[in-house]
Every structure is written in C-alpha cells, then in structure tokens.
Design a protein around this ligand. Structure first.
Ligand SMILES: NC(=O)N[C@@H](CC(=O)O)C(=O)O
Length: 424
C-alpha cells in the first residue's frame, strides 16, 4: 500500500472526552510533529479502541461460498473491528495445528483485521475425544481459546479434561451451552410463541443446566471457562452466583439477543432462526441489565454467514445463524446509549483480555498501538443486505434504521476503512 505512514486525526473525541488531535505514526498513537501527516477530519467523531470479536464464523476452509477469511475480515473492519477470533466449525474442522495455521495465515494475507483462530475442543467437533489442544497452542497460530461452538461439549468428563488441559498454558474453554438431549428437534425458543406456531421448543433450561454444570467444573479444576452467546435470564443468575463465588468464568451476549425477541418467528422467515434461539422480552431485558452491570463481560457477534440455499428455504430446513459484524456496534450503541467507556470495555478491552490479544483493547492515547475506530454517533443508516461486505446476506436487520456509522478503522496505524469504505 502506498498510504503515508502518518495520519493526523483532527478534532476527535476520544471515548466522548473533549476534542483533541491524534497523531498516528509507525503503528502507534504518537506525540510530536504532525508535519507531512495526512489529515483526517474527525469533527463530531468518537475514537474507540479497535473492536475485538471473540466469536466470528469465517467459513474458510470449506464453505467459501458463504464467507472467506478475506470477506469476513472486510466486514469486520467495516464494523470497526481490528481483531476477530475465528470459530473452529469449518470443514475440515480447525482441530489440528495445520488448519489453525492455515486460517491464521489467510488472516495475515488479507491484512484487514487480526484473525486469531479458535481451536476445536474435540476431534471433528464429535464430542468423543480431545483434539490436539497442545499442538494448536504451540503452533504458529498460538491458540488460546478452544470451542466446539455449534455443538456443546456435553460429556462432563471430556469437559473436565479439557479444562484441566488448557489450565497448563492459561487457555480457556468457550462453551456452546446446550444440553443436546433437551433440544432434540428444536426450532425456536420453547414458550408461548412456539406453541402458537406449532414448532418444537428449545427450553431455557437446556442452556442453564450446562452453564451450572460447567461453572462447578471450572471451579473444581481452577481453570477458565467462557460461556458463548448467553441468552436467558436464568443463565444470568447462574453466572452471577458463580462470579460471586470467584469462579473464573466470563460470558458473552450477541447483539441479536440484546435486541430481537422470539415474536420474530411469527413471520416464519428463517433469517430469524438462530442458535441459541431468540428469546422473550423478559430475557432480553435481563441480558441488557447483565451487560450493564458486568455479569456479562462482552458483546460478541456470533457472525454466522449462510449461503442463500441454506437460509431461503422452509424454517425447519434452514441453518441457524445471522450476520453480525457490520451492525454490532450500532446495536450495542442503541442498547447502551453513548456510554463510550462502557462500549469500549464490552466490545474491545474485555474481549482482548479474555482472548489474550495484547496488541488490542488499548484506548487510543499516546503510546498505544494504533488499533482504533472512528465512529459518527449522529449518523443513521438503513440496513441494506446488498451493501454487506459479507458473501452472505442473512442479516436480521434489513430495512431497520440503526444509529451510528463507522467512518474509519486503523490496524497498526494503517487504515483499513476510510470515509466508511474499505481501503482494499
Ligand atoms: N449461532 C448459530 O446459529 N450458528 C452457528 C453455530 C451455532 O452456534 O449453532 C453457525 O456456525 O452457523
């Protein structure tokens, strides 16, 4: 790239503080002589630390028709992200050093965000025997998070062994909490709407029972547990209790579980089919409260692109999952309001800490790595699926007007997004 290595971001508000100028040079936020710097007019814009997504499905290798590392990275940069953790449910599964190194290398080649691969917990996500966790940890990808996401590690003995194994190198097991026996044939949240529609229900207790078991296992082993896409008020209470006991557990919530309810299923539009399913308003309320008070540590997108044939079909045959990277910040902004420090904590600092991504999650102040995003909080935009950088179109927000727009994103001092457009 021929871009200059020096930028002056003029008149920006860092996390809502009074306006200032930020000099970006040689990959860091610098102080000193701005001569020769390219000026970015940031009047009215807010600077945040580059966002970090702990839960992204990039689909490569295997389903490059739905997403590639490059297309997903572009969607991430446009959403204000500078790092994403790529889930292991690819084809082949990311359960060996070879596959995680491939994903890591593809991320570096795309060069739009840092792609940190997540390794599978069990071979082929089959839940039968542990994958080569050590080989993935010592590979060039230096994997620290392991997850069978899409599947639950439902065997308690395997879960215990996995927690014990990763403890040795400070790793973390990210659990997709779903007791499979309780969700056989499930199509949506088990409740009044499912009864009305005649669809098989996915009960809240299927999630809550696994979280309760896992926090006890994590406490017993003294290891780190992360809970993916928490979706019920009952799960929040289990987590609150575990945290009060000092269990080393962290948790995420997705933007869609913070905004949408199971009423959406009445449209029978499979764009609203997701795992775990959309829940009633009382759960949404509890999740919002937990995100504010810290029982839920982070917002993670669970960006789950799917090809047209896997989504535009009958509800029962559709794959679960929704796009998330390009809309997550707007939705979090609509839920938390302009509390920039809290948004930075839940979408950048805390996920960077959990993932051990040392170069990310730093506020854009002199001396920090220049991983940052500039947001226009006053902008409104109507979501148009055709405009997405993703290869897939399954956004549940089509036609909705959302607050906030990412104007620019910098990765180690190089812009990946300028004027709201991807630079490459
Ligand atoms: N969240 C989803 O609805 N889908 C995920 C996997 C999963 O968690 O089922 C996917 O990979 O598509």
């Amino acid at each position: 790239m021929n871009a200059p290595h020096k930028y002056l971001i003029k008149g920006v508000s860092v996390l809502g503080r009074p306006k200032t100028d930020l000099l970006i040079q040689d990959g860091v936020v610098a102080e000193g002589d701005a001569k020769g710097a390219e000026v970015v007019d940031a009047d009215g814009l807010v600077a945040l630390p580059g966002l970090v997504d702990l839960h992204t499905h990039l689909r490569e290798p295997g389903r490059e028709d739905a997403e590639t590392v490059e297309s997903g990275s572009r969607a991430a940069a446009l959403g204000g992200y500078t790092a994403v953790c790529a889930m292991a449910n690819t084809s082949p599964v990311a359960d060996t050093a070879g596959v995680v190194e491939q994903v890591y290398r593809l991320g570096r080649e795309a060069g739009l965000v840092d792609v940190q691969p997540i390794g599978a917990v069990t071979v082929g996500l089959a839940g039968e025997r542990l994958a080569e966790l050590g080989a993935m940890a010592t590979s060039a990808a230096a994997v620290r998070i392991f997850s069978d996401d899409g599947h639950c590690v439902s065997d308690p003995k395997l879960m215990r062994r996995a927690l014990e194994y990763v403890k040795a190198f400070g790793g973390v097991i990210a659990q997709h909490a779903e007791e499979p026996r309780l969700t056989e044939g499930a199509q949506m949240h088990e409740g009044e709407v499912a009864t009305r529609l005649g669809l098989t229900g996915w009960p809240a207790v299927a999630e809550e029972a696994i979280i309760a078991r896992d926090v006890l296992l994590a406490e017993h082993v003294g290891s780190r547990l992360h809970v993916c896409h928490v979706s019920t008020a009952g799960s929040v209470e289990v987590l609150r209790h575990a945290k009060a006991r000092g269990v080393r557990v962290t948790a995420e919530v997705t933007p869609h579980h913070l905004l949408l309810t199971d009423e959406r299923a009445t449209s029978y539009d499979p764009v609203f089919k997701v795992n775990p399913p959309l829940r009633p308003a009382s759960d949404v309320e509890a999740l919002r409260k937990a995100l504010k008070d810290g029982v839920i540590d982070i917002v993670a997108t669970d960006h789950a692109p799917h090809a047209v044939e896997d989504k535009e079909c009958e509800w029962a045959y559709a794959r679960p999952g929704m796009l998330g990277l390009e809309t997550a910040l707007s939705i979090t902004l609509s839920v938390l309001g302009e509390d920039w420090d809290l948004i930075a904590e839940r979408m950048s600092r805390a996920p960077a800490r959990i993932a051990g991504l040392d170069g990310h999650g730093h506020d854009p102040v002199p001396g920090a790595p220049a991983n940052l995003t500039l947001v226009d909080p006053a902008a409104r935009r109507v979501v148009d699926p055709a405009e997405s950088a993703s290869r897939s179109r399954n956004t549940p927000y089509a036609g909705m007007t959302l607050p906030g727009r990412v104007v620019a994103t910098f990765l180690r001092g190089t812009p990946t997004v300028l004027d709201g457009k991807a630079v490459k």
